[in-house]
Design a protein around this ligand. Structure first.
Ligand SMILES: Cc1cc2nc3c(=O)[nH]c(=O)nc-3n(C[C@H](O)[C@H](O)[C@H](O)COP(=O)(O)OP(=O)(O)OC[C@H]3O[C@@H](n4cnc5c(N)ncnc54)[C@H](O)[C@@H]3O)c2cc1C
Length: 378
């Protein structure tokens, strides 16, 4: 039987994982990426057990472990460095921190697809034959049996499937960087101040990823002060090594944090959404990429079982929607808590963290980390 041809729009975490999870004997994947190459920049990304179990099932664990570090302990601190809580998650899988470019390189190495760079999707048409016609920004058009929208939070495929406008900016921006140190911190941390937060995660061999947030306008310009000077001013007096990291990091990138209201209806005709295109979230739980991996795996297994049918797309959505919605909402809530500006509410928040036993934090987190989509009967 002729293999069905699947177009994956977007060569990020979701699109690449989907191509790896799908049986290459039955399906032929083509990944279209709008950028000039399939490389990734960015800073650190945390890969939690729920995603790691999928990456292991797909044969990528060994490659991931070569460049990732383990997050054994997470300490919540005040700006002055006082410990509010310590969480030490323990389970079958570790929590890993890895440079985004390294994770991407592993996914690319394992991708089962023909890759097309410089192919930004501009529009989709459904043909009487049931095939999907894809029109690209470079003037090319191609026909496929199925189109999987893995093109991120500003997804062009989502526009065709749901058409719910622009993402919602949540009122704070984030700066990120990676730095090599000659000292060991030995744990990951999140430090909470007023309107501002900083996270630090160990990658490997003295390399750390850090992020910092501040309540600001959407993509507020750091000029004329300059990013480094601005961060040094905003985080002056915060505990070691925060100011030093900001001063010494060579490349600092900035994003605005947005998401969308969780909305059902992730497919239309033979177009179906995965990853941030389906369920974007703010990164306060570090779960956007992890749930993208979960969802990509589930869609692949549903298509293998039910074919490229509405039954497959609906089953995938029914298995993944509530999960993605809960992460979106909890992450949004944590972001509001972390970015508080009212001193009384900040004092209350910190008190709650001081009083929450580690066992409770571990239990709360394990709700998100313990899911094993590889064990779900699709
Ligand atoms: C600051 C920050 C920190 C984060 N930290 C974590 C973390 O620690 N752990 C975690 O799990 N998640 C984290 N996330 C979330 C995670 O980055 C995303 O959920 C994840 O990247 C989603 O993967 P994706 O493949 O769906 O989309 P993307 O990574 O956005 O990839 C989409 C791809 O599609 C391409 N594309 C876009 N439009 C088109 C088009 N029209 N045609 C063709 N190609 C197109 C893009 O160029 C891109 O390559 C974080 C997010 C942010 C912003």
């Amino acid at each position: 039987m002729e293999k069905q041809k699947i177009a994956i729009i977007g060569g990020g975490i979701a699109g690449l994982t989907f191509s790896i999870a799908l049986d290459p004997e039955k399906f032929e994947c083509h990944i279209f990426e709008k950028k000039e190459n399939f490389g990734e920049v960015g800073a650190a990304i945390s890969v939690f057990p729920n995603a790691l179990s999928v990456l292991k099932e797909l044969g990528m664990m060994e490659d991931i472990l070569k460049t990732a570090g383990e997050l054994k302990k997470i300490i919540l601190k005040t700006a002055k460095g006082k410990t509010m809580s310590i969480t030490e998650p323990k389970g079958e899988f570790p929590i890993l921190c890895i440079h985004r470019a390294d994770l991407h390189a592993v996914l690319l190495k394992h991708a089962n697809a023909k890759l097309y760079e410089n192919h930004g999707l501009s529009s989709i048409e459904e043909l009487p034959s049931n095939k999907m016609k894809l029109n690209f920004e470079n003037g090319e058009s191609k026909e496929f049996d199925v189109v999987v929208g893995a093109d991120g939070i500003h997804s062009a495929v989502r526009k065709y499937v749901i058409n719910d406008g622009a993402p919602i900016f949540r009122g704070y921006n984030i700066w990120r960087g990676v730095i090599k140190t000659d000292f060991a911190i030995g744990h990951g941390s999140e430090t909470m101040g007023k309107n501002q937060r900083v996270g630090i995660v160990p990658i490997k061999d003295g390399v750390y990823g850090w992020w910092a947030t501040c309540n600001e306008e959407l993509m507020q310009d750091d000029e004329p002060e300059g990013t480094r000077n601005k961060l040094m001013r905003l985080f002056a007096g915060w505990h070691h090594p925060i100011p030093m990291f900001m001063e010494k990091t060579e490349v600092i990138i900035k994003n605005s944090l947005s998401d969308r209201i969780p909305t059902k209806g992730w497919s239309k005709n033979n177009a179906v959404l995965i990853g941030d295109a389906a369920h974007p979230t703010t990164p306060n739980l570090g779960q956007g990429g992890c749930t993208a991996i979960e969802g990509a795996y589930l869609l692949a297994k549903c298509i293998e079982k039910y074919g490229t049918t509405k039954t497959a797309y609906d089953r995938y959505e029914s298995l993944h929607f509530d999960r993605a919605k809960e992460i979106n909402q909890e992450s949004l809530r944590l972001g509001k808590l972390g970015q508080l500006s009212n001193p009384i509410l900040i004092a209350l928040r910190n008190l709650v963290f001081f009083l929450t036993p580690s066992s409770v934090s571990v239990k709360l987190l394990s709700k998100y980390f313990d899911r094993r989509v590889t064990k779900i009967e699709v």
